[in-house]
Design a binder for this molecule. Structure first.
Ligand SMILES: [Zn+2]
Length: 198
C-alpha cells in the first residue's frame, strides 16, 4: 500500500517524490513540482501558464503541462481514465504556454480527433496508438486506440492486416497515469550546472 503524502508546498496530495543529495525526500504535487523545477532551472513558471481545457472541433480536452529538463510538455487528453486519448507537444523553453497550446490544438485536430481505427480493423494511415503500462496483463503491456484498450494479442491481430507494409511512427510522451506516483532523485532531474545552489 502506497503511503500518501501531502505536498510539502501546498495542501494537495503529492505525486512526485524527489530524493535530494542529503537523502531527504521532497514530496510535491504536480503543479508544485513544475514550479520547483522552473526555480532550479532559472525559468519563470508563469510563462508556461495554459488553459485547463481546450475545445477543438467542439470536443473538449483537458490540458496538463510538465516541465522537463530540455523543454515543456503540454498534454491534451480526454476519455476513460484507464484508456485516455492523449497527445502531447513538447515546446522549447523559449515558447510561452499560449503559443504552445495553439500547436497542441493543431495536433489534436490533425491526429487525435480523426479516428485511428477504421472499419474491419484497419488502421487509419495516420493516427495515434498509445502504449501503456498495464500490471494486469502477463507482459505489463496495453495499447490504447481511440479511447479503447487492447492487450498485446489483440494488437498483434490488428497488425496481421499490415503484413507487407511499413508502419512509420513518431514516438512522443504520453500523459502519465493520473494516479501514478513519480520517484526520482535530484541529480537525475537537473543538469549538472544547476546542482550548486542548494
Ligand atoms: Zn503542491
Amino acid at each position: 500500500m502506497m503511503l500518501l503524502h501531502k505536498c510539502d508546498r501546498c495542501t494537495q496530495e503529492a505525486d512526485h517524490h524527489i530524493e535530494k543529495a542529503d537523502k531527504k525526500v521532497l514530496h510535491l504535487c504536480w503543479d508544485c513540482y513544475n514550479a520547483y523545477l522552473c526555480e532550479r532551472l532559472g525559468l519563470d513558471v508563469a510563462k508556461y501558464a495554459h488553459p485547463k481545457t481546450i475545445t477543438v472541433n467542439r470536443q473538449r480536452f483537458k490540458v496538463k503541462m510538465e516541465i522537463y529538463h530540455d523543454g515543456v510538455i503540454y498534454y491534451a487528453y480526454k476519455g476513460k481514465p484507464d484508456a485516455l486519448q492523449t497527445i502531447s507537444f513538447t515546446a522549447p523553453f523559449e515558447m510561452d504556454g499560449k503559443l504552445a497550446v495553439e500547436e497542441l490544438k493543431q495536433r489534436v485536430a490533425k491526429l487525435l480527433i480523426p479516428t485511428t481505427m477504421m472499419e474491419d480493423d484497419f488502421l487509419s494511415p495516420m493516427g495515434v496508438i498509445g502504449v501503456e503500462y498495464d500490471e494486469e496483463t502477463y507482459d505489463d503491456l496495453a495499447f490504447v486506440i481511440d479511447g479503447e484498450r487492447y492487450d498485446s494479442e489483440e494488437f498483434l491481430d490488428l497488425l496481421l492486416n499490415y503484413r507487407g507494409s511499413n508502419l512509420l511512427y513518431i514516438a512522443e510522451p504520453r500523459l502519465p497515469s493520473l494516479e501514478a506516483q513519480w520517484f526520482g532523485n535530484e541529480e537525475q532531474l537537473l543538469p549538472k550546472t544547476h546542482d550548486d545552489d542548494l
